[in-house]
Write a protein that binds this ligand. Sequence first.
Ligand code: TK8
Length: 335
Amino acid sequence: MRIRFALAGLVAALVAAGAAQAQDFKPRIVRFGYGLVDNSNQGRAARMFAQEVEKASGGKMKVRAIGNASLGSDTQMQQALIGGAQEMMVGSTATLVGLVPEMAVWDTPFLFSSAKEADAVLDGPVGDKIKAKLEAKGMVGLVYWENGFRNLTNSKRPVARLEDLNDIKLRVMQNNVFLDSFKALGANAVPLPFSELFTALETRAVDGQENPYNTIVSSKFYEVQKYLTVTNHVYSPWIVTVSKKWWDGLSTAEKKVLQDAAIKSRDFERKDTREEAAKALADLKGKGMQVNELSAQEANRMREKLASVNAGIAKSVGQQTWDEVNAAVQQMRNA
Ligand code: TK8
């Protein structure tokens, strides 16, 4: 009799535990969109994130990593997140500037001089503060991933001097900092979504573009771009975001699974990106790209021209944000 009671109690406890778990995790499909091809640093990290979420939720949350901008360009996916039609994405912070002006601070030319500085500032208090501004716009920012230091490619000529940019029609991201920066350098800058870039280069609607080595490799830009100039003119972050409409309906346990997996994916993505970038230049040369570095003198001329956009960035992000970010960079440099 006693044993029977004990057993009944145990069963009841197990049922209760099961019910609690079932309440914590509902079966969910999470569409996670991104712009690059499946075989890219973005794709690899998206799949890693998907595995982590599935494992940590006991198979209840299934993340569908959907690349190639199949769900839309960065800005289209943002709108889908805001409206609640898509759950998650990763994309450039540069395309969020229209929603959160402070994001433009990450587009400041030569802001970071190393990945270590970028990690510390993006993952630190000011990075969090800017990320948190997305909530009022209908998105929740989880983590920053690395897109990386950007370099210039084109199909016209090697860019060795600033003047070589003069009649180059250059695709830039859809944001005023990039537009102003390349206008300041003398290029004919044209904003275009990334999803239209390969075709635009192939048909010569534009002559050039700028992106990290990894993307020049994964998007096969080497097939349509002959010249690569090592400029490292800006470090671009990516940011993993969630639809706030959808997020608000999740349990605490579900939110934690996404947050923890996002941090794991960030660490994985940065390591993977850096390893790939370290060998990408040799890859690109092997594919026939002609690579040149800028002389110290030309690099300085470029820096001086680009510094002219800083005042405009400070104004649009607000002096306080500008100062906080620059102080955080300085602190890293002095450490
Ligand atoms: C991918 C873009 C890309 C970015 C660009 O969707 O647009 O050039 O560097 O990574 O976000």
